[in-house]
Design a protein around this ligand. Structure first.
Ligand SMILES: [Zn+2]
Length: 320
């Protein structure tokens, strides 16, 4: 972060009468009426999105006994960054994170697995004891509000839960055509895809590369199980119209993939226990290395990579 950026936003805060800082509370924002409108608008936007996605909002105390953080395991790692003080012979802390208290809300009553997944969101006011030297306007503070959430779930719900909340970016500046990562031909396409649906982003990449996503087993499976949308007709695309985009990419079988398939699932699968579950597995690794590094790369691979190295992205790659 450049210092000029820090100065800019503090300057803007003052000029537009949005917020101010005072020595009396280092690292804590004083929101003015106009600035607080922005703050509240952001919170309301997040709140509406959280409610739509099945979160329940809770609120827990800012000041708690430090023993909570000892119990949660945070204390040993984090107590130097916390504000702690003695009161009536007991140590208290300003909470630096919401997790332990959210867990208390969860454990306050008997729960049934039918309630899960249980998603608790909190706009918690947190305090972290940053050294005064590193404080920087509203970017590096001691007191802040975090849009936090805790999911209480069964182990088999993990994938479904995290899938939905992750924002994925697919870098298609350089794409790969061919049989697999080690025999890939780099092709420049200069696309960037972004989505919070992991399945949709795979489906769109597959479509652009020239495949029918719902015919790809793992995309169809993910779609059918509700992990995301794999059906192109149900995906809304914002940005360029990609209806007619087709890179015409092809997959195929390198000898290694062929070998893998016939011995794992094909006619020679009776040899699978011997080849893949004993010391003979070293042979498979050797075979793969021999093919990729001794055969494919010095002949076909090198030509393709040298061609790529002359492109703009190839030159950039070379610089690293
Ligand atoms: Zn947490």
């Amino acid at each position: 972060m450049k210092t000029s950026g820090l100065k800019d936003h503090q300057h803007i805060g003052k000029e537009l009468d949005l917020f101010s800082f005072h020595d009396i509370a280092p690292g804590a924002v004083f929101w003015h009426a106009k600035g607080f409108v922005i703050f509240k608008t952001l919170v309301e936007y997040l709140r509406s999105s959280l409610l739509k996605n099945g979160y329940k909002e809770i609120s827990t105390p800012v000041l708690v006994k430090s023993s909570l953080f000892k119990k949660s395991g945070h204390w040993d790692f984090y107590n130097e960054n916390m504000f702690n003080f003695m009161h009536e012979k007991e140590m208290y802390s300003l909470k630096p994170m919401n997790c332990p208290e959210a867990a208390l809300v969860f454990s306050s009553t008997k729960r049934s697995y039918k309630e899960l997944p249980l998603r608790m969101a909190e706009f918690g006011i947190l305090h972290r004891n940053e050294l005064s030297g590193v404080l920087g306007g509203a970017f590096r503070v001691r007191q802040f509000v975090i849009d936090d959430a805790h999911h209480f779930i069964t182990p088999d719900q993990i994938q479904k839960e995290i899938h939905k909340g992750i924002f994925a970016v697919v870098d298609g500046t350089v794409c790969g055509n061919g049989n697999g990562p080690r025999t890939m031909e780099p092709v420049i396409k200069n696309y960037i895809l972004a989505s919070n649906d992991q399945v949709a982003i795979d489906a769109i990449s597959a479509k652009m590369m020239g495949f029918d996503p719902m015919k790809i087993e793992f995309i169809k499976m993910a779609h059918d199980r509700g992990l995301g949308i794999g059906d192109l007709g149900q995906i809304e695309i914002i940005g360029e119209d990609i209806t007619n985009v087709n890179f015409g990419f092809k997959t195929g079988r390198s000898p290694v993939i062929y070998f893998d398939q016939v011995f794992r699932q094909g006619v020679f699968s009776f040899l699978e226990p011997l080849l893949f579950h004993t010391g003979l597995f070293a042979l498979c690794i050797f075979g793969s290395e021999f093919y990729h590094d001794r055969l494919w790369y010095p002949t076909l691979g090198k030509i393709k990579i040298n061609k790529f190295k002359k492109t703009e992205w190839g030159r950039l790659f070379n610089k690293y």
